[in-house]
Design a protein around this ligand. Structure first.
Ligand SMILES: Nc1ncnc2c1ncn2[C@@H]1O[C@H](COP(=O)(O)OP(=O)(O)OP(=O)(O)O)[C@@H](O)[C@H]1O
Length: 556
């Protein structure tokens, strides 16, 4: 027997992916290039706001001066100034929007690419952040990424612009009239710092509750929709609907409260610049009063949106943290397919060397220091009780799970593991599409004849002439056994060098299971094959039988 098995005790305590967890804090959403663009957009925004304040101040001065009915020549500079500021403001606003959105869209494109890479890696690693929640989690990821845009355009940029414009306006006002400068500084502090801080503090807790409530609503809605047949059959539908309705009401209550906070804070912030303008007018006498008061009003307008943005910012915080974590979880070792790989060799073996796998949050290792030598062409059966770690072993061989310790060897250089080792896995998905598409997955070079042969080999000959049949959502129009054989046909149609089959005959009667395994092994030819099975009768067909119990491997 050439298959060599040793089980080593212990295993590294690090969770899968733990090696990159420490870099989470260091991961930034915005690269240097995008940061430069954002600063440029910010400077344009500052110039736009200053042009706006200049426009108001010049126009006010001109109106006040005109009241004295001076010769027109005395107003000529002011008239030209008003025109210049108005044109400048419009032009700058356009340029600022262009630059700001360009920068933000570039950031988003970059973040989306990195998140996509993380999700793709997630399919093959134990981090499983998205897999755990399925479609619901995926839609949350989409809105989390969109939150990056909101955070920059409605949070970071306006806050920076308001800070610069506000500081500049206070200095200039203080030079003209120190008392007015103080009043303006106080007003801006209240509207631009204190109220946003208050809004942020009050809404921080609420937004965490809202996020949780939103998740609960989605989860209960999905449960009711998907489980309606079972719930009806067991008479549990009214209770489930009540629970879903209660979740909805809780969410509505929380959102109402948050909207009230936002309205109160936003309203107060809008009031402050008006009051500031009145106080500026009171502390400054003469003709300068109107000019400084209206200029203060114009500057106040720049800081007013910050209060509402701060309330929204606390909603976005969770989203941004999740995006950062997700991006940080992209394991460095994941190689993206770039089509530059050579042909997959015909006969390949693999070797596990003290491999340990620990799922996040699990108290014990799913695989614990497992050694397994898998020479090319060997056929190995894996047995063990439920939850012992059999599927995890296949996932390691296919590179779908990150190992916390040990190594997988024997891989030809430059070839990704999934190209070498693949097959039928416990969590395989059947698409709501035709039999043909489910077997070929639109891979190049797989014709109808190949699909038919694979269907025969997998014991699903009854679909030979029904390639256009749509199989339903996750194969709902197939029997359990047919679904399993369809997945087997997918694995056999272009079988990899190492064929991994997780209970390929599950759901078949004994005679059919015997026949399907026999034809599948015949179709596998000289390939290396690893099959997880619970059937004693299958074992005679294999060169070796390995047993996994509690994540440890032994020979039988
Ligand atoms: N994605 C996951 N996240 C967390 N824990 C997991 C995950 N997948 C498996 N586990 C845990 O790892 C252990 C091994 O699971 P695995 O699926 O490998 O067992 P198995 O031997 O294939 O079981 P079965 O015969 O019931 O399919 C179990 O304790 C299981 O609960």
């Amino acid at each position: 027997m050439t298959t060599e098995m040793r089980t080593a005790p212990g295993g590294g305590p690090a969770a899968a992916g733990g090696g990159v967890a420490g870099t989470t804090v260091a991961v930034r959403l915005v690269g240097v290039g995008a940061a430069v663009r954002l600063v440029f957009a910010g400077l344009l925004a500052v110039a736009t706001e200053l042009a706006g304040v200049g426009l108001v101040a010049t126009a006010t001065w001109m109106i006040v001066r005109a009241a004295d009915q001076p010769p027109l020549a005395a107003l000529a500079v002011a008239i030209a100034g008003v025109r210049a500021f108005a044109v400048l403001k419009g032009g700058l606003r356009y340029a600022e929007r262009l630059a700001g959105h360009d920068a933000v869209l570039r950031v988003l494109a970059d973040v989306r690419t990195r998140v996509f890479a993380a999700l793709a890696a997630d399919r093959r690693t134990a981090t499983g952040a998205v897999r755990k929640g399925g479609g619901d989690e995926l839609s949350r990821v989409v809105s989390d990424v969109d939150a990056v845009q909101d955070a920059i355009l409605r949070g970071v940029l306006p806050a920076a612009v308001a800070g610069i414009v506000g500081a500049g306006a206070v200095v200039v006002t203080a030079v003209v009239a120190p008392a007015a400068g103080l009043v303006l500084a106080a007003g801006l502090l209240v509207a631009g710092v204190l109220l946003p801080l208050a809004g942020h503090t009050v809404s921080r807790r609420a937004s965490a509750d809202i996020a949780a409530a939103r998740g609960a609503v989605t989860a209960s809605a999905v449960d009711v929709v998907h489980g309606v047949a079972e719930l009806t059959a067991y008479g549990a539908l009214p209770a489930a609907l009540d629970r879903a309705a209660a979740d909805g009401q809780r969410l509505a209550r929380l959102e109402r409260r948050a909207a009230t906070v936002s309205a109160v804070v936003g309203g107060a912030a809008a009031l402050v610049p008006a009051l500031t303008a009145v106080f500026v007018a009171l502390v400054v006498g003469g003709k300068a009063a109107a000019v400084l008061a209206l200029a203060a009003l114009a500057v106040g307008e720049v800081v007013v949106p910050l209060a509402a943005a701060a309330v929204r910012q606390s909603e976005l915080r969770g989203a941004l943290a999740r995006v950062r974590t997700l991006i940080a979880e992209v394991p460095a070792q994941v190689v993206e397919p770039d089509g530059s790989h050579g042909p997959v060799p015909g006969a390949v073996g693999l070797r596990l060397d003290r491999v340990t796998v620990r799922y996040p949050g699990a108290s014990r290792a799913a695989l614990d220091g497992v050694d397994l030598d898998l020479p090319a062409g060997r056929r190995v059966a894996v047995v063990g009780s439920s939850g012992a770690g059999k599927s995890t072993l296949l996932a390691v061989l296919a590179g779908r799970v990150a190992v916390a310790g040990g190594a997988v060897g024997g891989l030809p250089a430059g070839v990704e593991r999934w190209r070498i080792a693949n097959g039928v896995f416990a969590d395989a998905h059947v698409f709501h599409d035709t039999v043909r598409e489910n077997v070929s997955l639109s891979r190049d070079g797989i014709g109808d004849d190949d699909v038919r042969r694979a269907l025969e080999d997998a014991g699903l000959g009854e679909y030979r002439e029904r390639l256009d049949d749509v199989v339903g959502e996750d194969g709902s129009r197939l029997s359990g056994g047919q679904r399993q054989r369809l997945l087997l046909a997918r694995a056999l149609v272009r079988a990899p060098a190492v064929l991994l089959l997780d209970e390929p005959t599950e759901g078949l009667d004994a005679a059919a299971a015997d026949a399907v395994l026999a034809t599948a092994l015949a179709a596998a030819g000289s390939r290396t094959v690893v099959v997880v099975t619970h059937r004693q009768a299958d074992l005679a067909r294999f060169d070796d039988v390995v047993r996994i119990e509690d994540g440890r491997l032994s020979r039988t």
